[in-house]
Ligand binder design. Structure first.
Ligand code: SF4
Length: 84
């Protein structure tokens, strides 16, 4: 099993293998600047996700999204209302 095959609870894609980080870039790099959350907002959201029991392998089990994509959106929200 290589590192990208392991399930990682409480991890973000940025913490995983290069292949996973490239996958993240595919989604985030296409967002228009006006649709992006401020960097400090995004980071606060991700800190909340990191401590959430619904985060597994960079995915929110409550909605199925990559949390980094959800957190990067200006109008993004947590399905469990832990952040807006
Ligand atoms: S989006 Fe909300 S429910 Fe999903 S992992 Fe983050 S804090 Fe948890």
């Amino acid at each position: 099993m290589n590192s990208s095959d392991k399930k990682c609870k409480r991890c973000l894609l940025r913490d995983l293998a290069e292949k996973d980080r490239q996958e993240l870039g595919k989604y985030i790099d296409v967002l228009k600047p006006e649709d992006r959350a401020k960097a400090e907002v995004e980071e606060k959201r991700l800190e909340i996700c990191r401590s959430c029991d619904r985060l597994e392998n960079a995915t929110c089990l409550a909605c199925g999204c990559y949390v980094e994509v959800r957190a990067a959106l200006k109008d993004g929200s947590c399905p469990r209302k832990k952040w807006i």
